[in-house]
Design a protein around this ligand. Structure first.
Ligand code: NI
Length: 257
């Protein structure tokens, strides 16, 4: 069944129908979902979803958008919550220079990114990275940590060139592919998908964001993943069933499930 490695069901976009929607996943072919914590607020909400739904696992971490609000206490809390038996990764962590242009903000983001990479290493867990308009700095930090030994990771919503993809793939990391692959203007990403070995691709939605065509711009959910699966199948010349099977296997291996 389909494995969604990256969704945000704690988001307020799901407040009206979260339970009904999540209860409909299994009958729509969605077998497993990782709810990825993005904000400081989302930490407890992610744990609540993991405890309520047997098929929901959690990634615990804080997004670069909230880096300036993080303290030592936040890092301690992340470490504590990662002890939960259904916590499978540290994320989403990384750098976002698209929404944050100031040099000072970049330095804060880098510090919190490093601090959370340290936690992933200590806890022997894979990481999930968000990187936007920060290709070089992200790559340098990931490279540095990979040299010291890490436990795998996913570059979520990969948005860079084939050349940068090659760097991550050579380090043994995986690329999270979602709705963007169906967008008409996503030629660069389709090249990356054609190039990447099937064993290093995992499915993701980033729900409620990035709904695939024909729902682009609307609220996304894991139930839309068949559109992503079909596009990957076309690009790789394999069947949708094979895409589902291989990406599920990849996700289970990476996240130790
Ligand atoms: Ni996300």
């Amino acid at each position: 069944m389909i494995f969604d490695t990256h969704a945000h069901y704690d988001d307020e976009a799901f407040d009206a129908d979260r339970d009904v929607l999540l209860e409909s996943m299994e009958s729509n072919g969605i077998g497993t979902i990782v709810n990825v914590c993005a904000s400081i607020d989302g930490l407890e909400k992610t744990i609540a979803l993991m405890e309520k739904y047997p098929f929901v696992y959690g990634a615990i971490g804080v997004h670069p958008d909230d880096a300036d609000q993080m303290t030592q206490e936040t890092l301690d809390k992340i470490r504590t919550l990662l002890q939960h038996e259904k916590a499978v990764a540290v994320g989403e962590i990384g750098l976002d220079y698209y929404w944050h242009k100031e040099k000072e903000e970049h330095l804060i983001q880098q510090n919190m990114f490093r601090a959370q990479m340290e936690i992933a290493r200590e806890e022997k867990l894979p990481f999930m990275i968000h990187s936007r308009e920060a290709a070089e700095d992200t790559l340098n930090i990931v490279r540095e940590y990979m040299k010291g030994g890490m436990y795998g990771g996913i570059i979520h919503c990969f948005s860079y060139s084939k050349e940068i993809a090659r760097e991550y793939l050579n380090m043994g990391l995986s690329l999270g592919i979602g709705g963007v692959v169906t967008f008409q203007n996503a030629r660069k990403l389709r090249e990356v998908v054609e190039y990447a070995p099937m064993e290093q691709i995992v499915l993701e939605t980033d729900s409620p964001y990035l709904a695939p065509v024909p729902f682009r711009g609307k609220r996304n959910s894991s139930r839309n993943l068949p559109y992503v699966v079909n596009r990957i199948a076309e690009l790789k010349g394999i069947t949708p069933e094979e895409v589902i099977e291989i990406t599920e296997k990849n996700a289970r291996k990476l996240l130790n499930l």
